[in-house]
Write a protein that binds this ligand. Sequence first.
Ligand SMILES: [Zn+2]
Ligand SMILES: [Zn+2]
Length: 126
Amino acid sequence: MHYLSVKNMVYCSNCGTQIADDSYFCPKCGKKTQAGKAAKVNYPSDELQDAFYQVGIELERAFNMAARETHQAIKNARSNWQQNHKPSQEQTITCPKCGTKNPTGSIFCISCGARLTPVEESSGSA
Ligand SMILES: [Zn+2]
Ligand SMILES: [Zn+2]
């Protein structure tokens, strides 16, 4: 006696996905089921998988190339940016006491607190 309405479920021997036992292939991984084997389904799954594999390689290669180009572009952009925004020596104030480089406009050393802008003794402009 067969159950007509309730399908028996089997599990994929490869990935464990539950599949109807009248399925010939696992819908998830493409592995041929017992039913598929029993039915002697002729399906070029191996070739198909090879094709998928090839596509995967191509995609990966393309992706790597794109990633490399992107990386290069970022690198170029960054070096351009650095050339434009180079923190040149003139733009930092080196502390005469401790040698710490202070950002432009600093009056006192951020490290030791020494006065960075020399007090011009001969500036009698008052
Ligand atoms: Zn599977
Ligand atoms: Zn200092």
